[in-house]
Design a protein around this ligand. Sequence first.
Ligand SMILES: [Zn+2]
Length: 85
Amino acid sequence: MKSELSKSETEKYIKEIFSKKSSEKEIRYAKKLAMSKNIKLGNLRKKFCKKCYLPFNSDNSKIRLKKGFKIVECKCGHKSRYKLK
Ligand SMILES: [Zn+2]
């Protein structure tokens, strides 16, 4: 990987990381990249735990719906809340 990627290249790279089965390490790296390039993760933020960076799947997280919010509880205990549209 080149050391200096353009913003659009970085965005593409980040999307690639999220489109495959990534490890916590890769997610952490993708987030760092996004921050350094000022890229908004948008919906991608809902795909991992903000605390331990574990990518959510049906085995490691519980999803509950409550009063217009979707609450995802990670196996580390961290709860992420997202407003339902
Ligand atoms: Zn977690």
